[in-house]
Design a protein around this ligand. Sequence first.
Ligand code: ADP
Length: 187
Amino acid sequence: MTVRLVIFGRQGAGKGTQCLNIVNTYGVAHISTGDMLRAAVKAGTEMGRRAKAVMDAGELVGDEIINGIVAERLAEPDAAGPGFVLDGFPRTRPQAEALLEILGNDRLDAVINLDVPLEEVTARMKGRGRADDTDEAIARRLALYEEETFPVLEFFAEKGLLVTVDGLGTEEEVSSRLIAAVNDHLP
Ligand code: ADP
């Protein structure tokens, strides 16, 4: 069986942990566009050089570039076989439309919205105490997320694919809740 998932979550929602949980449960490939872009920057490829300036400015890399990267990655055997969980993509409506086009007849099983309220993630991130986690930086990142992501969530909700999972609780509670929700959407 091929499992095809997309996951959304605010910074601090525990998306990284849940991606690992999904990978361990379904044996799918974890496809993170942020990780792929950082790898390209590190490798010093032409694309990486161009992406770096955009990422450093906190802007979004162009849809054309990112859609191309994802299309190539999804064609690889691991993603085409066991399946994938997409993390960080799609971030815009044109990207969401491109994804469905790339997949063609292969339907997404579910688009997970790992939901942790704004006040809670703000508190969690302050608790992390990282140098770049000033109140302003946290607020800015979270505001950007709402702006970018809500139209995309709406797009998938209209298609009947959106599954909202309550991200409050212990790691185990959230993990089993999420897997149960995904299982409900598998054929
Ligand atoms: P975050 O730090 O917000 O979790 P990521 O690690 O997913 O972000 O991505 C880091 C940066 O890479 C983003 O700020 C953006 O510049 C770029 N990026 C990642 N995914 C995308 C995408 N789908 N579309 C455009 N830019 C992206």
